[in-house]
Ligand binder design. Structure first.
Ligand SMILES: [Zn+2]
Length: 47
């Protein structure tokens, strides 16, 4: 089951893989495809 995230701006949900972009320095950028909202350094909870 694909985890989804809700955009804090437009409140739509989207699959995690679609909105999160991992960078080389392990930062993750969230970008909403619906409203183009973006936010840096999302910390995903692993384990
Ligand atoms: Zn949005």
């Amino acid at each position: 089951m694909m985890p989804v995230v809700h955009c804090p701006k437009c409140n739509r949900e989207e699959a995690l893989d679609r909105v999160l972009t991992a960078q080389s320095n392990q930062n993750v950028i969230y970008k909403c495809p619906h409203c183009a909202y973006s936010k840096r350094q999302i910390h995903t909870s692993k384990g």
